[in-house]
Design a protein around this ligand. Structure first.
Ligand code: SF4
Length: 263
């Protein structure tokens, strides 16, 4: 690994807090302002293995998209798709109203053969522009937190959101939008088959746990999502706004590490 990775592998909580404050101020050379809501604002991520996939031929895509949209007899028609097909169908999806205002569908970043799957809420403005999840200051903080437990989106982490398209003005996802979009997430989880899932933010935490509690009450426990250990924690964008959650978030990442280590 390069020099930066070498440094981050030895990061302490105090160092992380200092870095967090620095990121929050936008001190990083390539940073712009922090996102006012779910945070992803900067185009500084590397596309994942799925990022450069060609979209399949138009007729096939239209057929699959129609099948997904109609869902004849309510069956889960996304369920049998391969990773490449799933991504291709999602990139052309118009199942809900969010298709109208999006610039790009934000499908994923990272390694589809990952040990850890991070699930956020929905794309922010810069994610919508770049087509990648968790970019900008919040994305940098997520990368630091991952590095603090020796994980990286380039090698061991897969990242996506509950919603693949940006809600206008970064408003909260609506229930019918979550219902329309989560077949993609379910299939992503099946295909990636991670050892641990980390839900970040309220909507991801509530969807994955099936509970409606506030995030502060959800975090700190190990749940099971379809047999996969599940931990929930604060969204990095929220952490940038409220550094008092740093300790709890740190503890949650340590919990993820212990699960991966079999502890
Ligand atoms: S948010 Fe999900 S369901 Fe709605 S259009 Fe985008 S990909 Fe399709």
């Amino acid at each position: 690994m390069g020099e930066e990775r070498f440094f981050l592998e030895g990061i302490s909580r105090r160092e992380l807090e200092a870095l967090l404050a620095r990121i929050g101020r936008g001190d990083s050379p390539s940073d712009g302002p922090s996102s006012p809501s779910r945070g992803p604002e900067e185009a500084d991520s590397v596309p994942g293995p799925g990022g450069a996939d060609p979209v399949p031929d138009t007729d096939e895509l239209a057929r699959q998209e129609r099948a997904v949209r109609l869902g004849e007899n309510g069956e889960d028609v996304v369920g049998g798709l391969s990773y490449g097909r799933l991504r291709a169908v999602a990139l052309g999806c118009r199942r809900c109203r969010l298709a109208e205002g999006r610039t790009q569908v934000v499908f994923s970043d990272g390694n589809p053969d990952a040990r850890l799957m991070v699930v956020g809420e929905a794309p922010g403005a810069r994610e919508d522009e770049t087509g990648l999840p968790f970019v900008g200051p919040a994305g940098k903080l997520l990368d630091l937190l991952l590095a603090s437990v020796d994980l990286s989106r380039e090698e061991t982490v897969y990242i996506c959101n509950v919603l693949k398209c940006r809600p206008p003005g970064n408003r909260d996802p609506l229930p019918d939008e979550i219902e329309a979009c989560t077949p993609y997430l379910r299939r992503q989880i099946e295909l990636v088959s991670p050892e641990v899932i980390l839900g970040v933010g309220k909507f991801a935490g509530q969807f994955l746990t099936g509970r409606s509690s506030a995030l502060g009450k959800l975090r700190g426990e190990v749940y099971s999502y379809e047999g996969v250990p599940l931990v929930v924690t604060y969204h990095p964008a929220a952490l940038l706004r409220n550094s008092s959650w740093t300790r709890a978030t740190w503890d949650d990442f340590q919990l993820v590490r212990r699960i991966l280590d079999g502890g």
